[in-house]
Design a protein around this ligand. Structure first.
Ligand code: ADP
Length: 169
């Protein structure tokens, strides 16, 4: 069983504080920031009941963008993707919760915003795959990996929401 992180010690592989709790790396991409959608997007995860553990506005360097998207490096759109992600500040977030990884992917919607269901972030707020406003980790392991990649030790807060007992019995 992972050691509680309420001690305030940041160890990427122990970042989730309970055994059924996951963490997801959610990022508002430069188009979401430029279009004034930061509050709207954060609000959807907040209202769902996930716990915000880390948050920063950040200009992503090219090498970090390449590392984050390394699985796509052979795709024809990779250079454009790196230009897009580094074209302006992004909002980096660490969200914690039971099932947060899969649930956040549902809240975000399909990669192509024209195929994303209404009610999802991409379905409501975007029209093109190359400008799809938000990223969400695709597995619990990648959630841990990406949070360790984008956040430094000390940038995550260990805290308990006052809502906790109203969200889970
Ligand atoms: P997701 O972000 O939904 O997990 P992928 O991991 O497949 O999707 O792709 C990562 C990101 O790369 C997408 O969110 C999108 O910004 C970009 N991307 C994927 N496919 C394309 C494409 N065909 N053309 C342009 N950009 C793309």
């Amino acid at each position: 069983r992972p050691q509680s992180t309420r001690t305030g010690i940041f160890l990427p592989h122990l970042v989730a504080s309970m055994e059924d709790v996951e963490v997801s790396y959610i990022m508002i991409k430069p188009d979401g920031v430029q279009r004034g959608l930061v509050g709207e997007i954060i609000s959807r995860f907040e209202k769902k009941g996930f716990l915000l553990k880390g948050l920063k506005l950040f200009q992503c360097p090219k090498d970090l963008a390449e590392e984050h998207y390394k699985d796509l490096k052979d795709k024809s759109f990779f250079p454009k993707l790196i230009d897009y992600i580094t074209s302006g500040p992004v909002v980096c977030m660490a969200w914690e919760g039971v099932g947060v990884v899969a649930s956040a992917r549902k809240l975000i919607g399909a990669t192509n915003p024209l195929q994303a269901e209404p009610g999802t972030i991409r379905g409501d707020l975007a029209v093109q795959t190359g400008r799809n406003v938000v990223h969400g980790s695709d597995s619990p392991d990648n959630g841990q990996r990406e949070i360790a990649l984008w956040f430094k030790e000390g940038e995550l807060c260990q805290w308990v929401s006052a809502q906790a007992s109203w969200l889970r019995e």
